[in-house]
Design a protein. Structure first.
Length: 540
């Protein structure tokens, strides 16, 4: 609700709605002034000085304000979630869709280095590391919708250019730039869910949104294998550009702004315009020859007295992800855990085609179908989370005196930390001993199941904790995990060549047990204590 205050005396009145605000302005402007003891010049100077110190603080009109995104109708909320989910599907799908066609690229560009060949796939993920550090905080300045759409245009331009590459350096550079543009949904999408859903509803929405970044890399190669086999590797990029353009057009019509401070800022501008018009009308009734000197400042409840200068944007918004990661142990712990799992995930994304072609002698198209096992694990895990995360949160909230805690998202991590080592061992040794391909796919299924359960739990936790700064918080952990996803596929060929697939996966299993299994216990028992030291968590 708008609250007019004097900077030296604090709040003086409260009122709801634009109409009542205008009436107050009119009453104050039409009231007679005592000019008997002052000159006309002194009176105008005093009036301007007094009113220039009046500040109207613009907030929501109560807890049930329908303009607050958390009070939108369910259909409106789910439309926003569905749009950002589409963005978060097509961009990660582009990251891995080239994987089955790398042999064609190597043949055309005469690439013999396995590291260079792996970089063609993973350099896109390197763009994921740096893009969110810019687009995440910018969405907290200019709004979610504008930044997301602008980033998507950037992605479409460079992804289209990938299909016209004439040499390896061009393809790598274009892939990196496309990855930077395609990274926007990772930090902004989760923030949109946080903007529109209350904590009790957030788990189901996050399960849908977070499925895209996982399902995209799993299903992208399925389509990429057949596209490359029937046409050429260039159509892999052109087809994803066409799909991305369709989602972009859909977003133009259906994606609305969800960030509270931006919506209140627009409301403040409307109030300022209405007040300015009232000033002009009131002044014209008194003396049409004089111009109004009345001034009033409008600030949102989120702004306080801060100015949105270029210096403020750079020093606060763009630096916020770095400051969050440096100062927040929660993000450091979760960032390390997510990074290892995401790096392991991209090892499988990049090695599945060669594994099934070389060990099981399958064609490019048939080998790509094994990604379905990964996708099935991701889908089942997401479905399980959507059914249990909110119910578990509500149950634990009731047991805690009806007080919700972000740590109520952690129990999902306990089974997830077991599924990952199980999947690594099963897929590695099944391949090593050339067991039936179905056994290998079962191991890959458990990896996908663990991955999506872990990521959805952690992302929802971060949104719950950092709320207003969710985009920056997610950007900081996504940066680290994307760096791991870029580097892991580069050393995995040497790992498997030196140790074999069985022992190579055993090494990864040991790391998964050491890092992953204690993590849920640490977060469950000590998460609240660590979170209590968070300046940003307390602030939001």
């Amino acid at each position: 609700m708008p609250v007019t205050t004097d900077e030296s005396k604090g709040p003086t009145f409260e009122e709801k709605g634009l109409g009542s605000t205008n009436r107050e302005y009119k009453n104050s402007l039409d009231a007679p002034h005592d000019v008997s003891s002052t000159s006309e010049h002194s009176r105008q100077k005093h009036e301007t000085s007094t009113l220039s110190h009046h500040v109207t603080v613009v907030d929501w009109d109560g807890p049930d304000d329908p303009n607050n995104p958390k009070n939108w109708k369910a259909s409106r909320k789910w439309t926003a979630t569905l749009i950002v989910s589409c963005f978060t599907f097509i961009s990660p799908a582009t990251s891995s869709i080239i994987s089955p066609a790398t042999d064609q690229v190597a043949m055309e560009f005469h690439i013999k280095s396995s590291v260079l060949l792996g970089m063609i796939t993973s350099v896109y993920v390197l763009g994921f590391a740096f893009g969110p550090l810019v687009v995440g905080p910018l969405s907290e300045v200019f709004g979610r919708s504008r930044v997301l759409q602008a980033s998507n245009v950037f992605f479409l331009i460079w992804n289209l250019a990938c299909g016209f590459s004439r040499n390896t350096p061009q393809l790598i550079v274009f892939r990196f730039l496309a990855g930077m543009g395609g990274s926007a949904p990772f930090s902004i999408g989760g923030a949109v869910v946080g903007d529109t859903f209350h904590p009790e509803e957030r788990g189901t929405a996050m399960a849908l949104y977070a499925l895209g970044p996982m399902l995209g890399p799993a299903l992208g190669p399925v389509a990429g294998g057949w596209i490359a086999e029937k046409t050429s590797w260039r159509w892999v990029f052109w087809s994803t550009t066409i799909a991305g353009a369709m989602i972009f057009v859909l977003g133009l019509f259906l994606l609305q702004e969800t960030y509270g401070p931006i919506l209140l800022e627009r409301k403040a501008r409307q109030l300022e315009k209405a007040f300015s018009n009232d000033c002009e009308k009131a002044q014209s009734r008194k003396d049409p020859a004089k111009k109004s000197t009345t001034q009033r400042q409008f600030r949102t409840a989120y702004e306080g007295s801060a100015n949105r200068s270029l210096h403020d944007i750079i020093s606060k918004a763009l630096l916020r992800p770095f400051m969050l990661f440096i100062r927040e142990p929660i993000l450091q712990l979760f960032g390390l855990y997510m990074s290892f799992i995401y790096g392991t995930f991209y090892i499988f994304v990049t090695t599945i085609p060669s594994t099934f072609r070389n060990v099981y002698h399958q064609s490019i198209g048939i080998a790509g179908l094994n990604y379905i096992a990964l996708g099935f694990g991701l889908t089942l895990g997401s479905f399980m989370n959507s059914r249990t995360m909110d119910k578990l949160y509500a149950y634990l909230k009731r047991r805690n005196g009806n007080v919700g805690e972000p740590e109520f998202r952690i129990p999902i991590l306990f089974p997830a930390s077991v599924f990952l080592p199980l999947g690594l061992l099963l897929s590695g040794w099944a391949t090593q001993h050339t067991l039936h391909w179905f056994v290998t796919d079962v191991g890959i299924f458990f990896i996908g199941l663990s991955l999506v359960m872990t990521f959805q739990s952690i992302q929802t936790y971060i949104v719950d904790v950092f709320a207003l700064y969710a985009a920056s918080g997610l950007a900081s952990v996504f940066c680290l995990r994307s760096l791991f996803a870029f580097t892991f596929p580069l050393f995995s060929p040497a790992l498997y060549k030196g140790l074999g697939v069985g022992w190579g996966n055993t090494v990864l299993t040991g790391a998964a047990i050491v890092i992953g299994c204690p993590a849920p216990y640490i977060f469950w028992f000590y998460g609240k204590r660590v979170r209590g030291r968070s300046r940003y968590a307390r602030q939001t």
